[in-house]
Design a protein around this ligand. Sequence first.
Ligand code: 13P
Length: 263
Amino acid sequence: MTVARVKMLAGNWKMHKLNSEVEAFFAAFVQSLGLSPEQRLAGRLDLLFAVPATILAQAAKTCKPLGISVAAQNVHWEASGAYTGEISLPMLREVGVTATLIGHSERRQYFAETDATVAKKTKACLQDGVLPLVCVGETLAERDGGLVESVISRQMQSILAAVGSGAGLSDLVVAYEPVWAIGTGRTATAAQAQSVHALIRSLVTDAFGASAASALRIVYGGSANPSNIKELLAEKDIDGALVGGASLKPEEFAKMARAALAV
Ligand code: 13P
């Protein structure tokens, strides 16, 4: 059985924006989008913003009536404890956050995130009912060295081990973000992205079967913008996008959302 996958357009604000900018941003975004709340909630496109920890509560409050989800950019796997500087799943849920990024390449590169911590966080999210958007992707040196398949396979193995069974794959999103395409303006071609997305789906098929794999959403990230989004989303295994720079500008991101709805 093939499961219809709802497209997802997710913004990642990284370390940008203040509480004082939140209301104006979403007012401009919704106006640019030009859809009624009913149309936004019609289930054809999931809109989500991963915002800095200090503005999660404000963003969640502002976004709830708009039919837009708010995600954290990181989370700890324990519910509480002596982990200075960390934030837990109950803390996220308390302020209306329903999703979180896990294992973004910037966290792997600068903050010692590993496949093992990514797996623990993914497992905790699935148990807690918070949607994990787990990021994978190769560096330029790995691509040039012909290592795309082995790197993606290694990263996916730890995620799939955390999932345990294929039953909950509609409660997980995998983001393929080639590190060389992030913030560089150098987008992967639609064909390059599709080939890695197909690899990811085939790894999930090997682990849990084709029916479970068909429920998993795999989104692309790396210099996605209003000019390339349509081509990317036209590929059969690309179920959405995780957008950095272009998600900071309400009009740009609204253009991308309209393009996603038109695919
Ligand atoms: P850019 O869209 O700015 O390349 O960032 C991609 C990204 O890292 C999203 O998580």
